[in-house]
Design a protein around this ligand. Structure first.
Ligand code: N01
Length: 539
């Protein structure tokens, strides 16, 4: 482990040992930087370490949801299924950590609680939950976009006497639902994945649905030798397809709009993708689903028809049909979610109007006064997305500016990488970058490569301090908003715009465009203020 003191600071401290932190550590060590990672969990994996509810799978295909930068890693690791389950993804993270011998530079079981910028020494002082501290010239928050579980705004949770678990903090030893009555609150990606697993065990599963979500069947299957042969034979084309798509997904860019084809042709094309499975490929059938309302409704109608075909009870099917514009929230990928409603032990409780008003000793009460007795409650109520993990740390930048104050009206930064007023501090795949709209592994690789090249440049040029310029940041935030406003995204309340958390500023957080960051780097990091070493006081 690299030591650090105020007089001998680390070059870079990385917060988080998920896929961002792991790759960044590897790149920076190869560049011979003095670098350390701090991780709150006892091992690598980040989100995939904390999220371990039954049924959890990635909604990006396994061959795409792996590091692409190392041919060796791709050759040596074998995925067993088209959409990997969490245990296999976590095993992959551990395999990478072993292979690259990463753990020797990772401090586990230590959460960063405070990070304070010192303008005289151009360093960050970082305090950790285990009582230790570190000093570093640069800090990188590789803390993930969906890492801070969100409790629902329902009062009385302390009164409930049964077992209550959040999908984002699933117990290590699992939860046995055999023969009991379970309540599930939340029907986003997590709720749709965990529900069919609970239904297999529980005596009764009550699903409390405030808003139905769109979900595309995974059509998961084992990966065969032929799949792998095809993958390796076409790997260059595979990578160039991914890079050509702003979402980083291996699918040809669509050329047709939904209304460019006849209704029969539209049904045929959508039907083919539906039969193939997976949300990214389905939503890429046409080019204008997220841009044109009529086109969007036609695709949404297609999905609603499939729900009606699958769910035997027509009134229940209608309740499961989402009304919002498709793909303006993260579209789910499921295995047997709609089919599950044909079981006798599953009941949908519509809480869109008749809201859950309180937790009680025995379960939950609705606004109507009706009570549900539940032996266990599963909260699939999501995350304080994109900003939660950073704002959970007491980050103090130049002149005492805190991250909470800087972002009190919503996240503002340059390229999703750096916040004005916080010199030498970066975020990986932060708000203002494509991150959650893309295959996040590709987004991570892009940011990590950018950061590694940036650190190398700063060292070569003897630059002690890099900082986002306020005006460049304003222009970037404006650009992110303008692009979002050209899409249908802002029309739907979602975690993309912080709509799910009372009091959270309502700003569309991800960047709905391609990458600009490379051009910025080629232009000598325009929009960033660079200060050379000689103007820094010695520590
Ligand atoms: O969380 P969510 P998630 N009463 O925020 C409901 C990624 N992910 O954990 O829609 C009743 O999407 C809320 O209702 P509403 C993926 O990017 C990926 O499922 O606000 N209900 C909603 O239904 C995903 O988008 C994978 O009306 C309440 C749910 O809770 C993101 O993580 C797997 C409520 C929250 O849905 C988050 O997904 C899992 C209340 N008081 C997650 N409060 C894969 O790769 C909240 N809700 C597959």
């Amino acid at each position: 482990m690299q030591p650090s003191t105020a007089s001998n600071p680390l070059d870079i401290l990385i917060v988080g040992a998920g896929f961002s932190g792991m790759y960044l550590l590897h790149r920076l060590r190869n560049l011979r930087f003095n670098v350390r990672v701090v991780e709150a969990a006892p091992d690598v994996g980040g989100t995939w370490w904390h999220n371990r509810y039954p049924g959890l799978r990635c909604d990006v295909e396994s061959l795409e949801y792996q590091y692409s930068w190392s041919p060796e890693l791709r050759r040596e690791w074998r995925w067993s299924e088209r959409f990997s389950a969490q245990p296999e993804i976590l095993a992959y993270a551990k395999f990478v950590a072993d292979k690259l011998d990463l753990r020797r530079d990772i401090q586990f079981n230590a959460r960063v609680e405070r990070a304070v910028w010192n303008d005289d020494t151009h360093t960050w002082s970082v305090s950790l939950s285990d009582g230790s501290s570190a000093t570093a010239r640069h800090v990188v928050f590789a803390t993930g976009a969906l890492a801070t579980p969100r409790m629902p705004d329902i009062p009385g949770v302390e009164n409930y006497k049964g077992r209550i678990v959040h999908t984002g903090e699933w117990p290590m030893d699992g939860v046995d639902f055999t023969g009991i009555s379970v309540g599930l609150i939340g029907t986003g990606s997590s709720g749709l994945q965990v529900a069919p697993q609970i239904a297999k065990q529980a005596k009764k599963l009550h699903i409390f649905q405030r808003s139905p979500a769109y979900s595309i069947p995974a059509r998961n299957r084992a990966l065969s030798e032929e799949d792998y042969t095809r993958f390796f034979d076409n790997i260059d084309e595979f990578d160039s397809l991914a890079m050509a798509q702003k979402g980083g997904i291996v699918v040809a860019n669509p050329t047709l709009g939904v209304q460019d084809v006849s209704p029969e042709e539209r049904e045929r094309m959508l039907g083919e993708r539906w039969a193939d499975g997976g949300a990214f490929t389905f939503l890429s059938t046409f080019k204008d689903v997220q841009m044109n309302e009529t086109s969007n409704q036609l695709v949404a109608d297609f999905v609603r028809e499939r729900i009606r075909e699958t769910v035997a009870d027509p009134a229940l099917a209608e309740k499961l049909c989402p009304k919002y514009l498709i793909a303006t929230r993260r579209t789910c990928v499921d295995i047997g979610y709609y089919e599950m409603f044909n079981r006798d032990n599953v009941e949908l409780v519509d809480v869109s109007e008749n809201k859950i008003s309180a937790f009680t000793e025995a379960g939950v009460r609705l606004a109507s006064g009706r009570e549900y007795a539940l032996d266990a409650i599963v909260l699939a109520t999501g995350y304080d997305a994109m900003t939660g993990a950073l704002l959970a740390v007491d980050v103090v930048g130049r002149d005492g500016l805190t991250a909470k104050t800087a972002w009190e009206n919503g996240p503002r930064n340059l390229l999703g990488l750096m916040i004005a007023g916080f010199p030498n501090m970066f975020t990986v795949t932060g708000p203002g970058s494509p991150s959650v709209l893309a295959n996040v592994i590709r987004a991570i690789e892009h940011h990590v490569d950018w950061l590694s090249n940036c650190f190398d440049y700063l060292r070569r040029e003897n630059i002690a301090c890099i900082e986002a310029d306020e005006h460049a940041q304003d222009a970037w935030v404006q650009h992110v908003n303008q692009l979002a406003d050209r899409t249908l995204f802002p029309r739907t309340p979602s975690w993309y715009i912080g709509a799910d958390i009372p009091g959270k500023p309502k700003v569309f957080m991800p960047y709905a465009g391609g990458e600009h960051a490379d051009r910025v780097a080629q232009n000598g990091y325009e929009g960033f203020r660079l200060t050379r070493e000689k103007s820094v006081a010695s520590a």
